[in-house]
Design a protein around this ligand. Sequence first.
Ligand code: HEM
Length: 142
Amino acid sequence: MRDIANVFFLSAVLCVTAGMVLGLWMGPTGNFQFAPVHAHLNLLGWVTMALFAIYYRLTPRAAQGRLPRVHAALAIPGVLLMSGGLAVEIAGRPEGFPVIVLGAFLSFGSMLIFLFTVLRYGFGVAQASGHGARLGAAIGAV
Ligand code: HEM
């Protein structure tokens, strides 16, 4: 799939579907120990990925080239490893911890790429003469 906004949005919808299934299981069973997994699937997965998707759709210049693909290659495994590692650790298996750490660093790395992207391209197509464009020009000149 070439369209990076679609990649992020599909990932977001898959995450919230899984998060809701977990929530629907937690409610009736009264087993809330996996609530942090549910929260990360929904907030790091659904909310954050959907915001990335909307950003790339509204800022087409930022969606071009290799960087948004590197962004996705860090962000998507990041949320999966964070959530999966949390589930494993909560289930009482300490080997989940390094998985959480790896997922956390992938997620943070993806956010640093996003920070760079926003500084470089601003937000939206109407950014050309704005503050973001000046920052972008400064970054681009480095
Ligand atoms: C079908 C939809 C959903 C169901 C059935 C559901 C169910 C639940 C349940 C049963 C809990 C545990 C409550 C407790 O600890 O007393 C919970 C916690 C939580 N949910 Fe959901 N939820 C749903 C959707 C969402 C969505 C869409 C989000 C965010 C975008 C979300 C964010 C959270 C957060 C942040 C917590 C607290 C986690 C924690 O305490 O560690 N949930 N949810």
